[in-house]
Design a binder for this molecule. Sequence first.
Ligand SMILES: Nc1ncnc2c1ncn2[C@@H]1O[C@H](COP(=O)(O)OP(=O)(O)OP(=O)(O)O)[C@@H](O)[C@H]1O
Length: 260
Amino acid sequence: MADPTVVVDNLHVVYRVYGAGGNKGTAATSLMRLVKRQRRVSIREVHAIRGISFVVNHGDVVGVIGRNGSGKSTLLRAIAGLLPAEQGAVYTSGQAALLGVNAALLDDLTGERNVVLGCLAMGMPPAEVKTRYPQIVDFSGVGSFIDLPMRAYSTGMAQRLRFAIASAKSHEILMIDEALATGDASFRTKSHNRIKELRDEAGTVFLVAHNLGEIEQSCNRVIWMEAGQILRDSDDVTGVIDEYLAATGGEPRHREQARL
Ligand SMILES: Nc1ncnc2c1ncn2[C@@H]1O[C@H](COP(=O)(O)OP(=O)(O)OP(=O)(O)O)[C@@H](O)[C@H]1O
C-alpha cells in the first residue's frame, strides 16, 4: 500500500531580489528623487517554482532533472523547509534533510566546533556527537586543520568537512544535490560510496543531478522540470531521459560516461 512521505500541493516559490533594478522610471522622476534625496527601492521578483504538485511514497528514489535554472535546487530547498512557499504547501512525514553543499559553517570557529555544532543542529544527541566525532574528522581528511578556524581552510577542505558533517546522520527523507561530489578523485569516490549507504538507509530519496547515468541507475522515478514547472513525472526513467537528451541536444554517451 502507498505510504506518502512528501506531498507537494500547488507549490509556488518566489525569490525577491532587492536593489536589482526593477522599473527605473523616467529621467524626470530620477531627478526628483535626487532632489528629494529619496532612494529608489527596486525589487525584482523571480518566480522560480510555478504551481507544482506531486506525491512521493516511502521507498521512492526520485531523480530531478532539467536545464540550468529550471528550479531543481529551489524545489529541494522548499521541501527541506529552507524557502517559504509563496502559495501552496509542502507536507512531509518527517524532517527532510538537504545533503547539499550549502550547510553553513562558521568561518570564525574551528573545524572542531563546526563539527559539534553541525551535528547538534541536525538533532544528534550530545553523546552520539562525541562518539561520531573521530569518524567525521577522519572521513573529512582535514587532519590537523581541524583545530584551525574555517577561514584557514581551502575551498575543497571546507566542502569535505561540510559533507562529512552532513552525511554523519541517516535521514528519513534525504535530498542530495549533485554539486556534492566535490573534492579530489579519492574523496569523490568516498563520498559517492557514503551517499549510496545513506540512500539505502533513507525511506525516500531525491537526487538532483546533471549526471543522467547516476539517475538512471539509482532512481525508480524521474521528475523533469522546465521553467519552474513539471514537464514529466514518470516511472519510465530511461524513456524520460531519452526524451530529455533528445530535447536538450545532449548525447547518449554522457549517460554512458556517467556510469563509469
Ligand atoms: N537566491 C536567489 N535569488 C534570486 N533568484 C534565484 C535565487 N536562486 C535561484 N534563483 C533563480 O531561480 C530560478 C531557479 O533556480 P534553481 O537554482 O532552482 O535552478 P536549478 O534547476 O537548480 O539550476 P542549476 O541546474 O543551474 O543548478 C532561476 O531563474 C534562478 O536564477
